[in-house]
Design a protein around this ligand. Sequence first.
Ligand SMILES: [Zn+2]
Length: 118
Amino acid sequence: MHELSLAEDLVAKCAERSGGRRVLAVRVRCNAGVDAEELSAAFAVAAKQYAGRELEDATLELDVVPAHLKCSCGWAGELPEDSIAGHIGICPGCGHPTELSSGLELVGLRVAGDPVQG
Ligand SMILES: [Zn+2]
């Protein structure tokens, strides 16, 4: 399951960044190559299984950005939502299916308590 490995990486990164503080929310930007629902479910699993207690109650906030495609037929641009099935994007130019790369970027963490100053 692709999303689980993404989620494991994400959780590991968050645990590292949290500096041992409890994480309330994790904000992530992902593109349409990532199944948002699956990722959310995988994140919940990964947060419980693969990290320390920092991530236990963290919620995942997803910003989904459009997938971009550059096809060998010359078509390039933002892929319309109805041209995407799972991890496969269908080129609007020639109908050729292309595997979408999964873009996932950790935007920020919200941790419990005020950040320690100085
Ligand atoms: Zn094409």
